[in-house]
Design a protein around this ligand. Structure first.
Ligand code: NAD
Ligand code: ZN
Length: 357
């Protein structure tokens, strides 16, 4: 099934080696419908968010080798323009879909069967082990594409496809009841500002940690009950301040969405007994140091939370479609990717930048 208007080349951004030049071209080859393998679809990407993961990937921060040359990007929202022959799918040409970090998995192993597809040994990752959404036409896998609800603009859907899904899943992992205190560290960033909104939407009392007046202003809009500027406090004073704001006893959960290792430092000290540290941010070479005695006697939980599954993605988009969660975003052209990385590194982006493809 094919849309006849598929060009042979189109704009894309790619890099050849970690920390190497980031190249924007207008004539990147487009996979033609007849070259798609069963199960694959070709998506005309309209908008793509830029996640800090894309920056880690370009910098080579992690111990996991990526494809090279690589077209990054994994918050892609667009429309299906071709479906490989022999593909069993509910999608048809023209459907609005999202392509996420998890591009493909077997759906047959124990991890897939329990809905933890991202930990499938055969997982393929958009913008890491296969090319992603920093291009106008991307190849994806029908069974892991996410349907985008009617009426939700594609540029609004884009940041939900990684940032939104990931924090919605992390909030579920925290396992808090309405009325519980939830601290989000990195709260003014792409993931964090959505975490604050999802947490507030399910009735949690949210306190954000980040820095700067712009981020404080952003979080005030979402009903955050406190903002703690981590640059203004020494370590012990910050622990005391977080406890004070969270009714004197500290939060029930701390969701760490910062790309900086130091955001993990005090979380186990400010959590109240039975609290959960939910690890989401992925700073390189970082360890969570837990004192065994206090972890045991406070009954603390330390939980790693890696993206979300297909159902989490549908739920996360549904919050956005109902207007309960609204990404703060600025739209820019695809060729700005390198400049976005610079600003992201400086922590100068409240919310998300979305690139138009
Ligand atoms: P971002 O750059 O948009 O936001 C990070 C925020 O953290 C910024 O607002 C920054 O000011 C703030 N910050 C920096 N140092 C801090 C500190 N010490 N304390 C509190 N806040 C601090 O990044 P993002 O796109 O939101 O991604 C955040 C992290 O999450 C990255 O490491 C990314 O790779 C990771 N991530 C993980 C998953 C997952 O599945 N676990 C999914 C997506 C992204
Ligand atoms: Zn991401």
């Amino acid at each position: 099934m094919t849309n006849p208007q598929i060009p042979k080349t189109a704009p894309a951004v790619f890099f050849e080696k970690a920390n190497g030049p980031i190249t924007f071209v207008v004539d990147h080859p487009v996979t033609q419908p007849e070259d798609l393998k069963p199960g694959e679809v070709l998506v005309r990407i309209e908008a793509t968010g830029v996640c800090h993961t894309d920056l880690h990937s370009w910098k080579g921060d992690w111990p996991l080798e990526s494809k090279k040359p690589l077209v990054g990007g994994h918050e892609g929202a667009g429309r299906i323009v071709a479906i490989a022959d022999g593909t069993m799918t509910q999608f048809k040409i023209g459907d609005a879909v999202g392509i996420k970090w998890l591009a493909d998995s077997c759906l047959n192993c124990e991890n897939c069967r329990i809905g933890a597809e991202a930990t499938c040994a055969l997982a393929k990752l958009h913008g890491y082990t296969v090319d992603g959404s920093f291009q106008r036409y991307a190849v994806s896998f029908a069974k892991h594409c996410t349907p985008i609800p009617d009426g939700l603009p594609l540029e609004v859907a884009a940041p939900i496809l990684c940032a939104g899904v990931t924090v919605w899943k992390a909030i579920k992992e925290a396992n808090c009841m309405p009325g519980a205190w939830c601290v989000v560290s990195g709260a003014g960033g792409g993931l964090g500002h959505l975490a604050v909104q999802y947490a507030a939407a399910i009735g949690l009392r949210v306190v954000g940690i980040d820095t700067g007046a712009d981020k404080k202003k952003l979080l005030d809009q979402y009903g955050a009950e406190g903002f703690i500027d981590y640059m203004q406090f020494e370590s012990d004073a910050m622990i005391n301040e977080i406890k004070r704001v969270c009714s004197g006893e500290g939060p029930h959960a701390a969701i760490i969405t910062s790309a900086s290792g130091s955001a993990y430092n005090q979380a186990l000290d400010y959590l109240r007994p039975h609290g959960a540290l939910v690890a989401v941010g992925l700073p390189p070479d970082t360890y969570i140091k837990a004192n065994v005695f206090s972890t045991v006697v406070k009954n603390l939980r330390i939980v790693g939370s890696y993206v979300g599954n297909r159902q989490d993605a549908i739920e996360a988009l549904d919050f956005a479609a109902r207007g309960k969660v609204k990404p703060q975003m600025v739209c820019e052209p695809l060729k700005n990717l390198e400049s976005v990385y610079k600003r992201m590194e400086e922590g100068a982006i409240p919310g998300r930048i979305v690139l138009r493809c």
